[in-house]
Design a protein around this ligand. Sequence first.
Ligand SMILES: [Zn+2]
Length: 293
Amino acid sequence: MVEKLASISVPGPTPIPLTQEFWTSAKNGVLVTQICGDCGQHVFYPRGRCPFCWSGDLEWAPVSGKGRLKSYSQVWKPGNKSWIPATPYIVGLVELDEGPKMLTTVLCADLPEVGDRLTFVPFNIGGRVLPCFHAFTEEEAQAMGAMEKDGWQGVINGKPKIGDTVERVRTTKLEDIHAFTEMTGDRNPVHYDEELAKKTPFGKLIVQGGVTTGMLNACVAEDLPGPGTVFLNTNLNFLKAVGVGEKITARVEVETVRDDKPICGLKVLISDSQGDACVEGEATTYTMALKGL
Ligand SMILES: [Zn+2]
């Protein structure tokens, strides 16, 4: 039954302004209910007034996504015939740990029992991600594809959080230029001919851009997201040249994190000791699972 839900074609929900937040959050993997700003009670279904104290101060807030099966029906004859290929399926009344009750599709291998612990899962029904609950252990759910896979399993530093930041500081050296030339063959005179370099807009010998941006490699591979990380993409603007003997700071900040794959979007910045941005831009990284290899 769980496998068939993805391939059926059924009418979807009709979000209205009052309920839009619930559907959008559920699709993004977060179960929300309204919470009353006056009495603190969680409220579901969505409405304009708190049913406990009649306050109009209701805001959306995430809940744990854990609950208990209060009652259920096994559906053999659906009201809408497009559900027939997925029969028999389970519709249950779930009592959330926060209090409210939700009518929901329950994903399970065998018939559940009243009182079973259930977990929220955004699940593909008819090509549309809808809020459901499952009665599986995490391992069973992943094996059945009932849950989005945790793409960060086995990653040494674990899953980063949005806003996580790391910095590395280093002073450039003349040897950096030689080492980079050895690696790449880049023997641009602005890196070697001091007299000539003084007459350029830089006014000094500068290190190759790769010497500077290499600091970003160190940040992502050593610290954040950490060992096993490679760049999938970088988009960098070179704003100010870096000379020899200059202290530079590389900074990486996590802007986006995928759940299903170990992929991050990063904001990156390299600045000099005057605080000027030398390189800034964005990067996308992939972090391989190295634990247990
Ligand atoms: Zn209230």
